[in-house]
Write a protein that binds this ligand. Structure first.
Ligand SMILES: [Zn+2]
Length: 502
């Protein structure tokens, strides 16, 4: 059989002032055809998972295209239409096609449609008709909608947070999808939405309530009671009318799928208060770094400004406080600032100048910080990540400068992505393990690699569009009642079966 492989990845933060235009997709490359296979070879990506699942089962693949953009505000509709247009053309040119293996983030809002993934799946279902396969892998933070469930045959979400099973999730989706063509064994998928969000720093699959829930579901799968499950915690900065967390369960028996999806959804809801986060006062964490006499650096987790979560990455809040306190320990920080990078290139390596740092994109949270800095080094901004997200794939943060302000080295870039990856420092000559204090703009994903050299990581109370203080978000569209915005202790679950009319 013959399957087309494609990918559309963008995680939307509804509170970001920056619209995600085609330019953002072009920056990190639109990969197509044979390049899509070549660039994913020996990686742990979703595309690699699809390719291997198809090839190992003796099937043929047609690589269509992959589009990725950093997290920011809603996506301009032209980008989704571009993706669809090219994918539909590839389908037409390669008929007969048996199915699609599609990697989506799943929390993508378009500027004209809250349900970006649903929009894409609905259009592709029209192209493919009812009898062909659409198998989809998504992020654990996806927002699963009725339109997605109606138009896909398989949807699998990551089982890990921090995410380390991108490859495995796509492999799982493709393998389950192949059962679609067999007389027996293809599961019925039941989904139950849960009216809740929790801060991304508040849970992980390494410990705590969410690990327990994941283990519980995993156990059901190991015992053969279910074939597949996905436990979605919708990323909390998505303000859409059909927003919410979700559980999907797949098993051959329709009733069992529905019953277990209900049970897991209720357990997930009951765990909501165990998936909270204590934010530290920034001054207290700076004090801990000053008092730290271990070899490990203290990581100041500035997740409110995480560009992995769609914030602008242009907050100078931590740098400002370090300067105000005249902190003398070696510190490393990072910030998005196009004008400052341009000025650094004009100033030249080894020279010093006055700069305004930060506050160029998100003016609602940040004001620029005036600093006198020396240009330490200049770079093209290209790096190869070491973390599991896009491991081995080229990342581009635009022209980049390292500025030295006293004991603080600041990586200043133009388009921050993959903020969890230490290469965001290392590739530009700043080795985080050698500093006493390191600013990381990521909620949880950074733990995969930072925990290899430090466990002294503290989420701090800083301003930003990706704040963990969810009750401060100016929510307009989410369905109500909804946790944590309403004081609810129960909800009325509804089972939705995948691939069926709604
Ligand atoms: Zn995620």
């Amino acid at each position: 059989m013959k399957f087309i492989i494609a990918e559309f990845m963008q995680e939307t933060n509804s509170f970001s002032p920056v619209k995600c235009s085609m330019e953002f997709f072009q920056l990190n490359g639109i990969t197509r055809g044979e390049d899509l296979i070549e660039s994913n070879k020996n990686t742990q990506s979703q595309i690699a998972g699809f390719i291997n699942a198809a090839i190992e089962s003796g099937n043929e693949i047609i690589p269509a295209l992959s589009m990725f953009a950093q997290s920011n505000g809603p996506v301009e509709p032209e980008a989704a239409e571009y993706f669809l247009g090219e994918l539909q053309e590839t389908i037409k040119n390669n008929e007969p096609i048996d199915g699609l293996f599609l990697s989506l983030h799943g929390a993508t809002q378009l500027a004209n449609d809250d349900d970006g993934a649903g929009f894409i799946l609905e259009a592709l279902r029209k192209t493919m008709g009812q009898d062909r396969l659409i198998a989809c892998s998504t992020d654990l933070h996806a927002n699963i909608t009725k339109k997605m469930l109606k138009n896909a045959n398989v949807i699998c979400g990551f089982h890990t947070y921090p995410h380390i099973d991108l490859y495995q999730t796509a492999y799982r989706a493709a393998t389950l999808g192949l059962k679609f063509f067999e007389k027996k064994g293809f599961p019925v998928f039941a989904a139950v939405k849960i009216p809740m969000i929790v801060p991304a720093e508040g849970y992980s699959t390494n410990d705590g309530a969410f690990k327990d829930l994941t283990c519980y579901a995993d156990d059901l799968q190991k015992k053969g009671i279910i074939q597949d499950f996905s436990l979605y915690q919708m990323q909390p900065w998505l303000d859409v009318s059909e927003g919410g967390s979700c559980v999907i369960v797949g098993t051959e028996n329709r009733e069992t799928a529905g019953t277990i999806a209900m049970t897991l959804a209720k357990k997930n809801f009951e765990s909501r208060k165990d998936m909270g986060i204590k934010l530290y006062n920034l001054d207290d964490v700076i004090d801990m770094a000053l008092a730290n006499n271990t070899e490990m650096p203290v990581v100041v987790v500035d997740s409110a400004d995480s560009s992995n979560a769609g914030a602008c990455g242009d907050s100078p809040a931590v740098i400002r406080r370090l300067i105000e306190r005249k902190v003398t320990i070696r510190s490393a920080a990072i910030i998005n600032d196009v004008p400052a990078v341009k000025q650094a290139f004009k100033t030249g390596v080894g020279n010093s100048a006055n700069f305004l740092l930060g506050g160029t994109l998100d003016k609602s949270f940040n004001v620029p910080l005036p600093v006198y800095a020396r240009v330490k080094s200049l770079h093209d901004g290209i790096f190869i990540p070491e973390g599991n997200i896009w491991k081995g794939k080229r990342n581009n943060i635009g022209k980049t400068a390292v500025l030295q302000i006293g004991n603080i080295d600041v990586v200043v870039c133009q388009c921050m992505i993959n903020t969890a990856d230490p290469q965001l420092y290392r590739a530009f000559g700043v080795e985080p393990a050698l500093y006493k204090l390191v600013v990381v703009k990521s909620a949880t994903q950074y733990k995969v690699n930072y925990n290899k050299f430090t466990t002294l990581c503290y989420p701090v109370d800083t301003p930003g569009a990706a704040t963990a203080k969810l009750d401060t978000l100016k929510i307009k569209k989410l369905p109500r009642p909804f946790y944590p915005f309403d004081d609810i202790d129960t909800f009325h679950p509804e089972i939705i079966y995948m691939g069926e009319p709604i």
